[in-house]
Write a protein that binds this ligand. Structure first.
Ligand code: G1P
Length: 308
């Protein structure tokens, strides 16, 4: 029986790609002049959580694939001198730290533009020259995973042992498969790591009756650089877009592709309900406001006549 270890030698994952070119139309009018990735969960933008998750996983270089009207993201990862001067003058040390203490070292943040919205595969392909010839991570900021050990850290640890490509996966209700990339599981492959499954195929957004399983790709990937050669020639797929899932599916012929059932709760912050739920969950997790927040929420439910 085939073991779950890729032939591909495992090399450190140092770079992460953040595709942030999307329009965020589900959040209009909030996103009319502000990138959706800058929407806050409590007091930190979505993209900042994604960045921190990558950094905690050992990522050293951060590559943002942007689009028009995304300047706020570039500014977020830079000094804000006027603000910092004012905070210094007012002795606001804590606030000052929040503006810049976490900034990555100069030169470790890059921005490239996806000039046309041609899909996730195309967005990742736009980062090819910045990645070069090494494995890399992809993080979709609107998929948040609430967990103690970051989702990407878990995946990097798993990938160190397995090699190959690793995708963050979780089961979704069958009626939801048409919103996700779905894994066709190789049931013959045996794994020591109960969270790791081998893929024999991937399908982007299949109808429930056509889905090979309910195991869905969530916005976390560790990919080998060979993906770029495939993306070079990738034709549009579901929704008329160049799909990352389709390109990864082709890689299965030459390298291993694994799904990693991460530990944690995923919030779909690309949807209104997921976004608001994440705000509640992250607020309740903040010790200094857990008590007051709980009381506020109890009041909200009571006034709305909702019994929990
Ligand atoms: C993208 C991917 C899809 C994946 C999903 C996770 O779809 O194409 O395979 O399952 O992210 O959120 P999107 O949500 O951008 O349509």
């Amino acid at each position: 029986m085939e073991p779950l270890v890729s032939k591909h030698t495992s090399q450190k994952v140092r770079k992460a790609v953040f595709p942030v070119g999307g329009l965020g139309t589900r959040f209009l009018p909030a996103t009319k002049s502000m990138p959706k990735e800058m929407l806050p969960i409590v007091d930190m933008p979505l993209i900042h959580y994604a960045f921190e998750e990558a950094r905690a996983a050992g990522i050293e270089q951060f590559i943002f694939v942007t689009g028009r009207n995304k300047h706020a993201i570039e500014d977020h990862f830079d000094h804000a001198y006027e603000l910092q001067t004012q905070l210094t003058a007012k002795n606001k040390a804590k606030e000052l730290k929040q503006t810049s203490d976490w900034l990555p070292e100069a030169g470790n943040v890059s921005f490239t533009r996806q000039q046309e919205p041609r899909g996730l595969g195309h967005a990742v392909w736009c980062a090819r020259h910045l990645i070069g010839d090494e494995p890399f991570a992809v993080i979709l900021a609107d998929d948040m995973v609430f967990t103690k050990k970051g989702c990407m850290t878990q995946m990097v640890e798993a990938q160190k042992k397995s090699g190959g490509n690793v995708l963050g996966v979780m089961d979704v209700p069958r009626e939801k498969t048409s919103s996700y990339g779905i894994v066709d599981i190789d049931k013959k492959a045996k794994s020591k790591d109960a969270r790791l499954v081998k893929a024999k195929g991937l399908v982007e957004k299949p109808a429930p009756e056509d889905a090979p399983s309910t195991l869905s790709i969530i916005g976390r990937y560790i990919l080998q650089p060979e993906i770029f050669g495939i993306l070079d020639k990738q034709k549009p797929g579901a929704g008329g877009e160049i799909q990352l899932t389709d390109a990864i599916a082709k890689m299965i012929k030459t390298d291993d592709v694994f799904g990693y059932r991460f530990d944690g709760v995923r919030y779909d912050c690309g949807s209104l309900v997921g976004f608001v739920a994440a705000n509640v969950a992250y607020a309740l997790d903040r010790k200094e406001i857990t008590g007051t927040m709980t009381k506020e929420l109890q009041g909200v439910f009571k006034r709305a006549g909702i019994k929990l």
